[in-house]
Design a protein around this ligand. Structure first.
Ligand SMILES: *Cc1c(COP(=O)(O)O)cnc(C)c1O
Length: 431
């Protein structure tokens, strides 16, 4: 289970349980807490509870912090350093500077969908063009503080891009594992950064199982979403922080989030809760909705059936970045969506393509398939009366359309192909 080697020099750092971590290695984080039984554990290379094997998450002792202090920070996720498991000098170490992506007021799309006030949080603007740069930046910091020698991940594509790029910048060896049949752009956008890329003949869930096995066998390997997952997951909170800050320090009434492993959705909720606890926003009600593709909709199926457990499926969808058949955070997505009054819904691949075009043609934002899922699910939620069109709604676009060009290839083409002559142009009827 412990795969990241921790230096064994004696520690006086509070809260680190004598594991040799340097003081302040994880900022205001004080320990790891089991999400199932609540048992505490010192900070370290742990991801499963010693009592019940439940997943661990980060606990903090936050200092009092003001909006002004945050606003004075850098225009990236490090402005939220006091709320993240990273040291105060994080901005000085070679890492990525993701975040503070634009929040677009999508009035055209809102009109089209009948939603009074609609926003798109556009995470395609991150360094490797997906939201994964947020979580990887966090994992890289943890890997460094834990003394890891290899930075690794199993990936559905975007994580591979982000890990390879961040590792290159930090000068740490990377080994990335992907299903062999990923989109060509995602393979090239990983390989371009150097490092090792292992294509595995199998599904993402097979790749993930292999990664867990390697993490258990090899010392010094930090698998970002396996054995440093508690740190990695905290990166998604920055989406909640930014949305609230960009709205003028308030929580939107509805948020629609794509679901793969489900980590992002649950941490957006954790982010809102922390802002409320810190008094940075008012405690106003919000609903979180989950979006999946029908061809990989284990969480949506469980939600609709009223189940608390998620039955694994074999994915078959063009939304490959969301194609996790056995989602680790599935049950927690059910908790959050039910507790907040949201829903989990799914759409067909054809609707995903429609969603991509709807967003592009109304807002000039080209989303990858995951964004198509989220837009299409939002449309379906309105049409079926599950999302209140009178409430302010934020939809996430988590990746760039250039990564999944094939998804819309047969729906986009030149309007006409002509010789350079005015007569031919007139013949097209476009004048
Ligand atoms: C990974 C990913 C997600 C979802 O992430 P989880 O936290 O695993 O649910 C959403 N969108 C894109 C584009 C992704 O790459």
């Amino acid at each position: 289970m412990s795969a990241v080697t921790v230096s064994t020099s004696p520690s006086t750092a509070p809260g680190t349980g004598g594991t040799g971590l340097r003081e302040g290695a994880f900022g205001n984080a004080t320990g790891l807490v089991c999400r199932e039984c609540g048992a505490g554990q010192p900070l370290g290379p742990y991801y499963a509870c010693q009592e019940c094997f439940g997943p661990l998450e980060i606990g903090y002792a936050f200092p009092s912090i003001t909006r002004e202090q945050i606003e004075a920070g850098p225009k990236n996720i490090w402005r939220y350093q006091p709320l993240l498991p990273v040291p105060t000098d994080i901005a000085l170490s070679p890492n990525m500077e993701p975040g503070f992506t634009r929040l677009v007021h999508a009035s055209n799309l809102g009109r089209e969908l009948g939603i009074r006030s609609l926003w798109v949080k556009d995470d395609s603007g991150n360094p490797t063009h997906s939201f994964k740069d947020r979580v990887v930046a966090m994992a890289l910091s943890a890997a460094r503080e834990l003394g890891a020698k290899v930075f690794a991940c199993p990936s559905t594509g975007n994580l591979a891009n982000a890990v390879a790029a961040a590792g290159a910048r930090a000068g740490i060896r990377t080994v990335v594992f992907i299903p062999h049949d990923l989109e060509p752009a995602k393979i090239q956008m990983t390989a371009v950064y150097g490092g090792s890329l292992v294509a595995v003949r199998g599904s993402y869930d097979d790749v993930n199982r292999l990664a867990s096995e390697i993490a258990g066998e090899e010392d010094g390997w930090a698998f970002v979403n396996v054995n440093v997952r508690p740190y990695y997951a905290e990166g998604s909170k920055t989406l909640a922080f930014e949305i609230a800050e960009q709205l003028g320090w308030r929580i939107p009434e509805q948020v629609v989030v794509p679901v793969a492993s489900g980590s992002q959705l649950t941490k957006i909720d954790k982010g809102f809760q922390e802002l409320i606890k810190l008094g940075l926003v008012e405690d106003t009600p919000y609903k979180i909705f989950g979006a999946q593709a029908e061809g990989c909709s284990p969480v949506s199926a469980a939600f609709k059936a009223g189940h608390d457990v998620v039955r694994p499926v074999k994915p078959n969808t063009i939304a490959k970045s969301l194609a996790i058949g056995n989602p680790a955070d599935g049950p927690y997505v059910l908790d959050v969506t039910r507790r907040t009054g949201g829903r989990v819904e799914d759409v067909t691949d054809e609707q995903v393509r429609d969603g991509i075009l709807l967003l592009a043609r109304n807002e000039g934002i080209f989303a990858e398939t995951a964004g198509g899922v989220t837009v299409a699910v939002t449309k379906k939620l309105v049409e079926t009366g599950q999302l209140d069109p009178e409430l302010e709604t934020v939809v996430l676009n988590t990746g760039d359309g250039l990564k999944t060009l094939d998804a819309v290839a047969d729906r986009v083409a030149p309007s006409a192909t002509i010789d350079p002559s005015y007569t031919e142009f007139l013949a097209t009827g476009l004048a």
